[in-house]
Design a protein around this ligand. Structure first.
Ligand code: KG4
Ligand code: ZN
Length: 344
């Protein structure tokens, strides 16, 4: 292992390509985040109403070299000042993951530096630590993304215990499917949240699935069905009220279970991560309801809620700090489209 230089720490390039965002960032273990660049494929997939895996992979191939150059330039660095390259190894779309993994591993091999496989959800989970007021361990994490909705007990870096999760749709998936029912296009979460602002959240009482189940599991598919029936039964003018009532139901369930998770684990710190963590109504209600019981809640900066390279660079850097190595990774790798976080 080489000695750490005085001014800078280890410089880790992070590559995220698990779904429809190409993210690249450079993190320095002493100086923090040096630069980041992101390309969203939203426009590419919009016409299809969802992510087309093959198009996603091809676009990652097109964008990655440009974003890597851009990030290094922004940080005033070159490939030769990198100490490691972290990449999302899963979970996600197999082809999309393979693009990021093969770029990261071949660059690392050529530069004779380590390539660090990172779990996408670990990246999300640690993303609030990149914010201006990072939470301290231990905490309870609520991961709310397009593919996952989970409560995790986080005792420290690498110590994650699943407390409960959705038994069907993820919260983001429910937002996206409901948005589709309301003809708001793809991805629907932000558009639905915007429409909900003009509606009355109490106009319709929608189900709160598993609210009183006593455990930390969640369910959102019944809610989506209730919205489908409502959309058929009500005139178009009610769409904003339906959006607001839907958002209120999801937020209510998430807040209720978040309080339960803190009670059951005897913790007072909640950390929210993942795309749905950008939802302003969720942020406001969690702040209000947790404050009322003397608990704290932290969110990642808004631009780090959705997929990004910074969280991957950061998680990779934490692995490197704990298991320092300068050994080059051999040019072989594997990706894991399905990969439970607990086993990392
Ligand atoms: O974490 P993320 O970028 O990707 C996954 O790993 O899934 O999360 C994307 C999800 C999408 O379902 C999107 O609709 C949702 O996060 N989302 C939102 C908001 N912004 C993004 N949902 C509700 N309100 C928002 N403001
Ligand atoms: Zn994600």
């Amino acid at each position: 292992m080489t000695a750490l230089p005085q001014q800078s720490g280890w410089r880790v390039l992070g590559i995220e390509s698990s779904c429809d965002e190409t993210g690249v960032a450079l993190y320095d273990t002493r100086q923090g985040l040096l630069a980041q660049a992101l390309h969203s494929q939203v426009a590419l997939h919009a016409a299809y109403g969802g992510v087309v895996p093959e198009l996603a992979s091809r676009d990652h191939i097109r964008r990655l070299p440009v974003l890597i150059r851009q990030t290094l330039h922004q940080a005033g660095q070159t490939l030769h000042t990198l100490d490691a390259i972290a990449y999302t190894a899963g979970p996600g779309l197999a082809g999309a993951l393979l693009v990021g993994a093969s770029v990261a591993v071949s660059m690392a091999w050529a530069l004779r530096i380590p390539a660090l496989p990172v779990h996408h959800l670990e990246g999300h989970l640690l993303s609030p630590l990149l914010g201006p007021d990072p939470p301290a361990y231990p905490f309870v994490a609520l991961l709310v993304s397009g593919g996952h909705t989970q409560f995790m007990a986080v005792e420290g870096f690498g110590q994650y215990r699943l407390l409960g999760e959705t038994v069907d749709d993820a919260a983001g998936e429910a937002f996206d499917k409901t948005a589709q029912l309301l003809e708001l296009g793809y991805p629907g979460g932000p558009a639905l949240a915007q429409l909900a602002r003009q509606g009355d959240p109490q106009r319709f009482t929608l189900p709160r699935p598993l609210l009183h189940s006593g455990d930390l599991n969640l369910s959102f598919s019944g809610l989506k069905t209730a919205v489908a029936l409502l959309v058929k039964a009500r005139p178009a003018e009610d769409r904003a009220h339906i959006a607001a009532s839907f958002e209120a139901a999801v937020v209510d369930v998430l807040c209720h279970k978040a309080l339960l998770a803190l009670r059951q684990t005897r913790r007072t710190q909640l950390v929210v991560a993942g795309g749905v963590g950008a939802n302003q109504h969720l942020r406001g209600e969690l702040l209000r309801r947790l404050q009322a019981v003397g608990a704290r809640v932290s969110f990642p900066p808004l631009d780090l809620c959705t997929d990004n390279g910074a969280m991957i660079a950061y998680a990779g850097a934490q692995h490197l700090l704990r298991q320092p190595t300068t050994a080059a990774t051999p040019g072989t790798f594997a990706v894991h489209p399905r990969w439970p976080l607990q086993r990392t």
